[in-house]
Design a binder for this molecule. Structure first.
Ligand code: ZN
Length: 308
């Protein structure tokens, strides 16, 4: 198998890497994402490949993992935080510009595919990918294939009016407001579930501003306010996650995003989720992903191989 040219396209950076036949990923370079202009974006993509051309052959395909959602029929990408290619037919247009086969897919889906085929979900028939980064995202893989739903959306458990409005902490009930979400709805899990949400929760419960890093460190030192915040966070995140497991039949949830690296938090989340699912498991259900930092690029490369 040819070496695959991989890109991770985020709101701030363009990362370039290569995946060889054995699946090994090597990071090659990183540039700032242009703030708006398409021509500038194309020039940068070309020059990054050119700069590292010794690693690739003329027929090496390009595999792209990005924070956007790709509309299945038209190929149009919805990535409002990346104006350089928002609403472009990114795969089609780039394949003409770069004269290579180009595959583009959502980063949470790519992460889930990488985990299902080569990471913490390997050997499982149905794998749910839960992104707990600054916000909440997700993806679903069954039988080694990404499930691509209506309008390109699947596994988006972070949005919709689903967040609990009451949590029980040490025998006392606390009411929570239904916060407005940038998606246009109120009461989304995204308002509470990621690192930014944890900070919201701490502020609403205690009237105190603290970073998620600070809250987690204080929780690990068994500090009372942080323990209350994490107790509420585990309920808010654990209940919808258990519902996702019941509904999809996933036998493992692989966690990606920044919070995946906080192993005790993911273990605590697993414990809570085990109490909510219909069928408890003797194995952990919620586990940190193996490729929390580069799963997007790895998964995009696997997708390029599947679509050849
Ligand atoms: Zn929302």
């Amino acid at each position: 198998m040819n070496t695959v040219i991989c890109f991770d396209l985020g709101g701030s950076f363009i990362k370039l890497g290569k995946v060889q036949g054995d699946g090994e990923l090597t990071l090659l370079g990183q540039e700032k994402m242009p703030t708006s202009a398409w021509p500038e974006f194309i020039r940068l993509m070309r020059s990054m490949i050119e700069q590292h051309h010794a690693h690739f052959s003329a027929s090496s395909p390009v595999a792209i993992s990005t924070a956007g959602i790709v509309t299945p029929d038209s190929g149009e990408i919805f990535a409002s935080n990346i104006p350089a290619f928002h609403q472009r037919k990114l795969a089609q247009e780039l394949s003409v510009e770069l004269q290579r086969q180009v595959v583009v897919h959502n980063d949470a889906d790519c992460f889930t595919l990488a985990e299902a085929l080569a990471g913490a979900g390997k050997g499982h028939k149905v794998v749910f990918g839960a992104i707990l980064g600054s916000g909440v995202g997700g993806g679903l893989v069954a039988d080694g294939r990404i499930i691509i739903g209506q309008n390109g959306l699947t596994g988006e458990w972070g949005h919709g009016p689903i967040a609990l409005t009451e949590v029980e902490i040490a025998g006392e009930w606390h009411r929570l407001p239904r916060l407005s979400c940038p998606c246009g709805q109120k009461g989304c899990l995204d308002s509470w579930g990621g690192a930014r949400g944890m900070e919201n929760l701490h502020r609403v419960l205690h009237g105190e501003m603290a970073t998620s890093i600070d809250i987690i460190a204080r929780w690990q030192q068994q500090e009372a306010l942080a323990e209350k915040t994490i107790s509420a966070w585990l309920q808010l995140v654990g209940q919808p996650l258990a519902y996702c497991i019941n509904m999809t039949g996933a036998s493992v949830v692989v966690v990606g995003g920044g919070l995946a690296s906080v192993t005790p938090l993911i273990a605590a989340l697993d414990d809570v989720v085990q109490g909510y699912v219909l069928r408890r498991s003797t194995q952990p259900l919620v586990v940190p992903g193996r490729f929390a930092h580069d799963g997007g690029m790895r998964g995009a490369a696997l997708l390029a191989k599947q679509t050849r």
